[in-house]
Ligand binder design. Structure first.
Ligand SMILES: [Zn+2]
Length: 204
């Protein structure tokens, strides 16, 4: 079921079995911007029905990172343009690699930007109408069965997140999906505050 967030922003919620990430949808005047494409037949059908209901609009795809639950359905759609990070581009061998923020004006103002992350190499985020789609970028990585943040990447990520002109962060797989940006930043700062001088990783 598609859930509306603002006038021009909606999403298809994440699911499990198979694991499929939330799919962000931004309605521009001429195009629909799809942030992550999900995984499995149920997510595919929901997105297909939605795109079929707006045949006059082209679809543009933005992939948050290369993990399968965000990208597996990607090849089942025809996108007029695809934005990825250089790392995702090497992985799925398609899309325009972004190395700096890109703003698109299409009735709504959309900015796609690189986002340093402990969770996965090569993450992108996207802002529109006071919201930032962050995919899994604010989550830790799993190293030797432990959840950890990389100290340097977390510092860089916090610098980017604090500059975003938004009130809400949209966090994939999380039960509420929409969280106050301030609260998420405060939590990540508290993790960063637990760093140790000679350790590269911060355990959580
Ligand atoms: Zn994910």
């Amino acid at each position: 079921m598609i859930k509306k967030i603002t006038d021009n922003i909606a999403y298809i919620p994440a699911s499990e079995g198979p694991l499929s990430a939330d799919i962000g949808l931004v309605m521009g005047n001429r195009r629909i911007y799809v942030f992550d494409t999900g995984n499995g037949d149920a997510a595919y059908k929901e997105l297909k029905d939605f795109l079929d209901s707006c045949p006059e609009k082209e679809a543009v795809c933005i992939l948050s990172h290369f993990h399968e639950d965000h990208t597996a359905n990607f090849a089942r759609f025809d996108y007029s343009k695809i934005y990825v990070s250089p790392h995702t581009n090497r992985y799925i061998k398609i899309g325009e690699p972004l190395t700096s923020p890109l703003t698109i004006e299409d009735g709504v103002s959309i900015t796609v930007f690189p986002l340093p992350s402990s969770h996965a190499k090569g993450c992108l985020g996207m802002t529109a109408e006071g919201c930032a789609f962050l995919g899994d970028a604010t989550y830790p990585a799993e190293v030797n069965n432990e959840e950890v943040y990389n100290k340097g990447l977390l510092q860089e990520e916090l610098e980017v997140l604090k500059e975003l002109p938004v009130k809400s962060f949209l966090l994939s797989h999380k039960p509420r999906f929409i969280y106050p940006a301030k609260v998420v930043i405060r939590e990540l700062e508290s993790v960063y505050g637990r760093r140790l001088p000679n350790e590269q990783y911060i355990k959580v």
